[in-house]
Design a protein around this ligand. Structure first.
Ligand code: ADP
Length: 363
């Protein structure tokens, strides 16, 4: 639990003019639809942008106000926080916001009202906590190996921290594990300390669906907002090579996300899609109250037994929400009009203001 107390944030919020709220975020990741969605719901918008990175926001015209900083991490500087408070800003966190601001700063010194549950961000960032949420909810996850000696089938080997899949590898035996660790070290992608923290799990040969949900704390409902799959280098380039040429490449492929494709899932899998999200929402309420307020994502693999297996979660807007800036087939079913994740966040804030219940969705 950090130094930023919910009561203090609510005091700041109490002084805000609720008819002049600005929705603000850091210019990166999913900020385009966060700001566009806010405008569609009638809010003013502001972007905190690293010098030289303004172009997309200017070209698309999504920001009313610009706070230009030397580096992204300056969003936690006191003068920037003051500017945000002066414009009655509610900040919407996303993956890059957390990465650049730093979790410790978000918990200890970012005294600006934020949408969602600030405390849950650490739970998605630390693999043990993330796993605890899934285990508590009894969500199907990849089987975990306690030691490389136990490897008896293909496994996926991962390392601490979100690195966009860089340095992850597949191995089928303890010998192959050791050889690949040495190769990764030679490539400069791993330190000895990383190796001790290697996380080894069942390799799920399945199709990837990253499923985006919105949990409304105001209505206690879980909405399915959209789905995407990842476009990853070098693996997606690698598999386009003839198999015999793949064998000549001695480097393991990596899984660095470079983009996303929109996706839909077989309709018969939708009961599982809702079930895993309901379970995760309930376990988050228990372990990190008040839970997963707002957007979250479950990254899954669907195997040929048609099991939806979750290997990772995000407890804020995930990058794959960029595939449905004008709505997805699923958000269309619920809303019948374009509903991006950003717009859904703004709608929740609008409802929070109208019902005088902002304290339920702001920390
Ligand atoms: P990061 O969070 O660092 O981006 P992920 O955990 O999302 O890394 O994993 C990167 C990629 O690795 C995924 O998109 C998926 O393609 C693949 N992957 C992850 N876990 C497994 C697994 N257990 N079995 C098969 N593939 C996996």
């Amino acid at each position: 639990m950090g130094e930023v107390k919910k009561e203090d944030i609510l005091d700041i919020l109490a002084k805000y003019d609720k008819s002049e709220i600005t929705i603000a975020t850091l210019g990166s990741h999913t900020s385009l639809h966060i700001l566009q969605g806010a405008k569609e719901e009638g809010f003013r918008t502001a972007i905190v942008c690293q010098k030289g990175r303004e172009i997309p926001y200017q070209r698309f015209g999504v920001a009313d106000e610009y706070i230009i900083v030397d580096e992204f991490k300056d969003i936690v500087n006191e003068d920037v926080q003051q500017k945000l408070r002066d414009m009655n800003a509610i900040v919407v966190p996303h993956g890059s916001f957390v990465a650049y601001a730093g979790l410790d700063n978000v918990e200890d010194k970012f005294n600006v009202p934020m949408f969602g549950n600030r405390d849950v961000l650490r739970w998605e960032a630390e693999r043990d906590k993330e796993r605890a949420l899934l285990v508590e909810g009894d969500v199907r996850i990849p089987f975990k190996y306690d030691s490389p000696d136990q490897i008896d089938r293909p496994v996926m080997v991962k390392f601490p921290g979100a690195r966009g899949g860089r340095g992850y590898f597949v191995a089928s035996s303890p010998e192959e594990f050791d050889a690949k660790i040495e190769a990764m070290k030679a490539r400069g992608w791993l330190e000895d300390s990383d190796v001790e923290a290697a996380h080894i799990e069942e390799y799920v040969s399945g199709c990837n669906y990253c499923i985006h949900y919105f949990y409304s704390a105001l209505d206690d409902t879980v909405e399915l907002m959209g789905m995407d799959t990842r476009y990853e280098s070098s693996i997606d380039g690698f598999v386009r090579m003839p198999a015999k040429d793949q064998l000549d490449i001695d480097l393991s492929p990596s899984y660095v996300v470079t983009g996303n494709h929109p996706a839909v899932i077989r309709e018969s899998l939708l009961p599982q899609v809702f079930d895993i999200a309901d379970k995760l929402t309930e376990s988050a309420k228990k372990l990190v109250a008040p839970g997963l307020n707002g957007p979250f994502c479950m990254q899954t693999l669907v195997n040929d037994n048609l099991e939806v297996i979750c290997f990772e979660i995000s407890a804020r807007t995930d990058g794959g929400t960029n595939t449905f800036m004008d709505g997805s087939p699923y958000s269309y079913l619920t809303y019948g009009k374009p509903m991006s994740m950003g717009r859904r966040i703004a709608l929740e804030i609008k409802r929070g203001i109208e019902r005088d219940e902002l304290e339920k969705i702001i920390t």
